[in-house]
Write a protein that binds this ligand. Structure first.
Ligand code: HAM
Length: 424
């Protein structure tokens, strides 16, 4: 056993996995740019109140999972690692007066989030999200656009069978009466409720509906449905979101029990699952509308909508589907007949790198045979062999797959390798 290990619930992204992550990040940032989202970075920690107010005090994320930082005696402020990016982004929107910019302000962030959850497969204490937020547009068209963007992300990374689950969670006009009806439903069976759910019954009955406790499944199945109790404007909005999704040819499953685990949601709520998956554990992503959040964090009333897609889970799903990506390999390794001629090898590799080619140099003083073996292990397609031909300005280019070789003028080497490497 090593003396030190990565903290429980976290993991090192070793090169193979990091390469898969990098690919997801690249696809995410290309897509976000194509849809008009601009990148933002917020701190990895915020005042605890940003999350308590934004996400909601009576939520798993704040009550059980918030990584609170130990207070420093010299500071009265209390800090927590971000469990999700939306509250911080909205805090930044308010702080930097983005309400004066043309609306909506479309922002994107990809980075690590922290939740002190019980670690298990696909559930980590540090995990990555691809997040987009469109702040300042009441929808419904942008709701459909955002859902379509998420679906396109899954498609482009190679997950073709992601199911979209959709619901409306109402707004402050219709939700209170619904929440009261929900509370009555649970009160009638209070003796069946697990301790935490009983405690939450009077504080935030909506959270019982998305409880992960298996004891709640039967009670939740018979609970009243918000979609039967939406007010006129919410019902209209929901119908219009669906009409826009239909117009885009996007299929979805209506899920009346989908209320999301965070308190800020209003109206549109959605989640993404591998097709056929059960339960909440495996959500690949989720999001929704949060028309009250800007005001809650001190701004003027402003609507907003966004999503967060769990990149760790996307990577796991890709691996399970046999679609893991290989880390990048060099196109060539520069090796030499004279083990001691390291300066020559380095000089040639340096010139090729200056031409933007991924090339390694053998800088050890091993025999040529060993150098070639290690070039094969590195995954290179070619070995550039430096030998006596150098006097006439030539090297030998060996195709490591075909085991064939030919002399090549140094002056032509970069162009030749670039042709072989294919489009960048
Ligand atoms: P969320 O549903 O709490 O939403 O998280 C979004 C996604 O992050 C989940 O669907 C899941 O894929 C991933 N995720 C959550 N917790 C973990 C974990 N412990 N380990 C691995 N992956 C995890 C939000 O965070 C909202 N901020 C989304 C949003 C943006 N709503 C509006 N704008």
């Amino acid at each position: 056993m090593p003396t030190f290990r990565a903290p429980r619930g976290t993991r090192d992204l070793l090169p193979a996995e990091r390469a898969g992550f990098r690919r997801l990040e690249t696809i995410a940032s290309d897509l976000a740019r194509r849809y008009g989202y601009r990148e933002i970075e917020t701190p990895l920690f915020e005042q605890t109140a940003v999350f308590e107010r934004g996400v909601g005090e009576v939520t798993d994320v704040v009550e059980k999972e918030l990584f609170r930082l130990a207070p420093r005696t010299e500071e009265a402020e209390s800090w927590a690692l971000r469990p999700e990016p939306t509250a911080g982004i909205v805090r930044a929107y308010v702080q930097h007066g983005m309400q004066t910019l043309p609306q909506p302000v479309k922002l994107t962030l990809t980075g690590p989030m922290f939740r002190y959850d019980r670690p298990q497969a696909g559930r980590y204490r540090q995990f990555w999200q691809f997040d987009v937020e469109a702040i300042g547009d009441p929808g419904p068209a942008i709701d459909a656009e955002i859902i379509e963007l998420a679906q396109r992300f899954y498609r482009e990374v190679g997950l073709d069978t992601v199911e979209i689950r959709l619901n409306s969670v109402g707004d402050p006009a219709c939700r209170p009466a619904y929440v009261e009806a929900l509370a009555e439903h649970y009160r009638a069976s209070a003796q069946l409720l697990p301790a935490l759910e009983r405690d939450r019954l009077e504080r935030n009955p909506l959270r019982l509906l998305d409880s992960k406790d298996p004891a709640m499944a039967a009670l939740n199945a018979t609970a009243p449905r918000i979609t039967d109790r939406l007010c006129g404007p919410c019902a209209e909005h929901f119908a219009a979101v669906r009409a826009h999704l239909d117009a885009l040819g996007i299929g979805y499953v209506l899920d009346p029990n989908l209320v999301r685990g965070l308190d800020y949601y209003t109206r549109t709520a959605f989640e993404f699952y591998p097709t056929g998956a059960e339960g909440q554990q495996s959500a690949l992503g989720g999001g929704g509308r949060y028309d009250g959040l800007v005001e809650l964090l001190g701004g003027k009333p402003t609507p907003g909508i966004g999503f967060g897609l769990g990149l760790d889970r996307v990577l796991l799903a890709l691996e399970a589907a046999g679609k893991a990506v290989a880390p990048p390999v060099p196109i060539a390794v520069v090796v030499g007949a004279d083990p001691d001629a390291t300066a020559e090898r380095l000089r040639i590799a340096t010139a090729l790198r200056a031409e933007r080619l991924p090339v390694q140099a053998e800088v050890g003083r091993r025999k040529l045979g060993r150098q070639l073996e290690s070039a094969v292990k590195a995954g290179a397609r070619f070995a550039v062999i430096v030998g006596d031909e150098l006097e006439s300005g030539h090297v030998v280019l060996r195709d490591l797959d075909a085991a064939s070789q030919k002399p090549v003028a140094l002056a032509d080497l970069a162009a030749l390798l670039r042709r072989k490497a294919g489009p960048e």
